[in-house]
Write a protein that binds this ligand. Structure first.
Ligand code: CTP
Length: 400
């Protein structure tokens, strides 16, 4: 595969040496584009020797071959590692000031960036904004990892390990197309039930797992509708996914009922409020009106959306639920998963253990997948992207 590796000016450039070696060893045709700053960390001869291809940084070299766009046009995959705050800003702005910039503008291949910078720079609103825009454009982000940084300080900002970046990047392009032509509906996020105009009952779901499921399905060939309730700011759906935004459980039910009849697979990954407030106050509740030391809210049960979809499913349609459980051990998780899958009448149920520090607001997940009959068909642990792919493997296998 024709792989372009952009290297930008951060100390982590030394780790990109092994990234390039891994790609070359795996038989890929690697073309390195360092920025001028990157060459202060690792010199041009190193990149040429490792990649076994000529390396330039200038748009004015090899003009006859229109090199400033040729690499981008030929690329089947582009990896930028390390991606400095400066490069991420330049990518967001679409700057074409060097060979890497023109290549990134000229390519239609998947682009993977591995950010590396100090924690303060990673958390700066400018960088947060840039990452959001890049994700919206379909750029894949690996890392940064949490750990000790060059200055001795620690926090998120370390470039991910070369093996992880290569694995994530190759998984994007070497995906099976086993969902080709399928129509898929995924729900994600957490619903919010209003109490009054300014307050709600909600939950800690970020939407990360559901958004990863939608992204994986689209990469494997499906047409995907994502019904999204209150995603975290940094959780951005793939641009190829059709997104329907909802707020409450009732809105989610309407959207799911509308989107699902023609779907081949429905995955209910959203955390849906089990109850809503019986009488939503038109005015903000205030202590002088409610009085007393305690406040009682009357709640009414919401309909079970996934159970409804399962009971109305047409032949050939696969309905998948999730279950987030606080359990003591794996045996209890399995027991609850089996009972829940049977009660809801779904084809598959992916159960994960959650707690105060587990499951939510995390990049990782671990699920066990059971069938409606209670058989364990899959176990997956890793990033939410890896978990998503493992779940689609299980769904594809169950559909036969
Ligand atoms: N779910 C749903 N509609 C609801 C509540 C949950 O469709 N009103 C779906 C979730 O999207 C998830 C699955 O049901 O796919 C399991 O959700 P969970 O909250 O674990 O199940 P509950 O039925 O609420 O069971 P319990 O509260 O007893 O654990």
């Amino acid at each position: 595969m024709f792989v372009v590796v952009g290297v930008t000016g951060g100390i982590a450039a030394y780790k990109t040496v092994s990234l390039v070696r891994l790609l070359v060893k795996a038989g890929h045709d690697v073309h390195v584009i360092p920025t001028d700053d990157a060459l202060r960390f690792v010199g041009l001869p190193t990149w040429e020797a490792l990649s076994r291809n000529p390396v330039t940084t200038s748009v004015h070299d090899d003009v006859a071959k229109v090199r400033h766009v040729a690499l981008g046009q030929s690329a089947e995959l582009v990896i930028v590692a390390p991606a400095t705050a400066n490069t991420l800003a330049a990518m967001t702005a679409g700057l074409a000031s060097d060979l890497l910039g023109t290549t990134l503008l000229a390519t239609t291949a998947p682009v993977v960036v591995a950010p590396a910078m100090h924690t303060e720079m990673w958390r700066h609103p400018a960088t947060t904004h840039n990452m959001r825009v890049l994700r919206e454009r379909g750029v894949h982000v690996v890392g940064p990892a949490d750990g000790v940084l060059t200055g001795g300080d620690s926090g998120p900002g370390r470039m991910s390990e070369p093996e992880d970046i290569v694995a994530a990047a190759l998984a994007l392009v070497e995906r099976p197309h086993d969902l080709d032509g399928l129509s898929v509906v995924v729900s994600a996020g957490g619903t919010r039930e209003p109490i009054d105009p300014v307050r709600f009952l909600g939950n800690r779901s970020s939407g990360r797992q559901g958004v990863a499921l939608a992204r994986a399905a689209v990469a494997r060939g499906a047409r995907v509708t994502l019904v999204a309730a209150h995603l975290e700011a940094d959780v951005v759906p793939d641009p190829r996914v059709e997104v329907v935004r909802v707020g409450t459980a009732a809105e989610m039910q309407r959207a799911m009922d509308a989107a699902s009849p023609d779907a081949d697979v429905v995955v209910m990954a959203a955390a849906v409020a089990d109850y809503s407030v019986a009488a939503v106050s038109e005015r903000k509740l205030s202590k002088d009106r409610t009085g007393g030391d305690t406040l009682t809210l009357e709640l009414v049960e919401n309909p079970d959306i996934v159970a409804g979809l399962a009971s109305r499913r047409r032949p050939g349609q696969t309905i998948v639920a999730f279950a987030a459980e606080t359990v003591a051990d794996e045996a209890e998780l399995l027991e609850r998963a089996r009972a829940k899958a049977a009660r809801k009448g779904v084809d598959l149920l992916a159960a994960n253990a959650v707690g105060w520090t587990q499951g939510f607001e995390s990049q990782e997940n671990a699920v066990v997948v059971v069938t409606g009959a209670g058989d364990v068909v899959s176990r997956a642990a890793g990033s939410k992207d890896e978990t998503a792919d493992a779940l689609w493997d299980a769904i594809a296998a169950a559909r036969g």
